[in-house]
Ligand binder design. Structure first.
Ligand SMILES: [Zn+2]
Length: 256
């Protein structure tokens, strides 16, 4: 089954909207600096690919659609390093409210805002908590590397999970678009370059920090050990984790 919203024609989408168990994945990402060795499209590329692979798997049992990637999110913390296009919260919320409302008005109910950018996590939780009751639909969000945490930690050598422009992100871009990776520059992109606040005060407290205050070159993690082979395994592990969530009927049918 074709799963990409952009590739489908209106009659097919109208028919899919009638199927009560149809799931629409809205990949949500960001366009921002990814150190000296990766392009700014990383988050969009990765979450778009994971959504595509997921839908290819889930559509065998659950009608699944993937919208185009929301390419801008909350990246104010990256502005200090340039190369970044950010929205503010009100605009981000308004964009997602408009997209979710468009979907529910056509009859789609099960909507997954599949996130691929750390700066969006807190906002997306607030947004689905507002939109689900307002639109009367089980609108959900999940961040791919948190869903796949157990598998990711087995695949990665130098870190437990995705950080930024790191072993994980660099590996996945090497698997998909190696021509966009400069591995010579990755040798100089090991971070953070300053002590981490979480190590000083613990994870229970939060304060805003610019990325530049944490890493002078824009990367956190160790991209030197990245390989395309690891990247392929990470992408598939992420798609498998999202597949499991989408195919869990209880996730969508439990009353609000
Ligand atoms: Zn990001």
């Amino acid at each position: 089954m074709e799963t990409q919203w952009w590739n489908l024609k209106a009659p097919a989408l109208r028919e899919l909207a009638k199927q009560k168990n149809a799931v629409v994945i809205v990949p949500v990402a960001s366009t921002e600096q990814h150190g000296p060795h990766l392009p700014t499209q990383v988050d969009c590329l990765l979450v778009g690919e994971i959504a595509r692979r997921t839908a290819a798997q889930t559509s065998k049992t659950v009608p699944t659609l993937v919208t185009p990637v929301v390419w801008s999110g909350l990246a104010e913390h990256h502005m200090s390093l340039g190369a970044t296009l950010s929205l503010d919260f009100d605009t981000f919320f308004a964009v997602l409210r408009g997209l979710c409302t468009s979907l529910t008005r056509q009859g789609f109910r099960n909507i997954l805002l599949l996130n691929g950018h750390g700066g969006n996590i807190a906002a997306l939780t607030v947004i689905v908590n507002e939109l689900a009751p307002a639109l009367g639909a089980p609108i959900a969000t999940a961040t791919y590397w948190l869903l796949a945490q157990a598998e990711f930690s087995k695949i990665l050598e130098k870190q437990q999970n995705v950080r930024h422009a790191c072993e994980a992100e660099t590996s996945m871009v090497l698997a998909l678009k190696p021509e966009l990776v400069d591995m010579a520059q990755a040798l100089n992109a090991v971070g953070p370059t300053s002590p981490e606040m979480v190590d000083i005060v613990g994870a229970a407290a939060h304060r805003w920090q610019s990325f530049r205050a944490r890493t002078s070159h824009g990367a956190i993690g160790d991209p030197r050990t990245a390989t395309a082979e690891k990247g392929e395994r990470l992408l598939q592990a992420a798609a498998d984790a999202v597949t499991k969530l989408i195919c869990n009927a209880t996730f969508w049918t439990t009353p609000a």
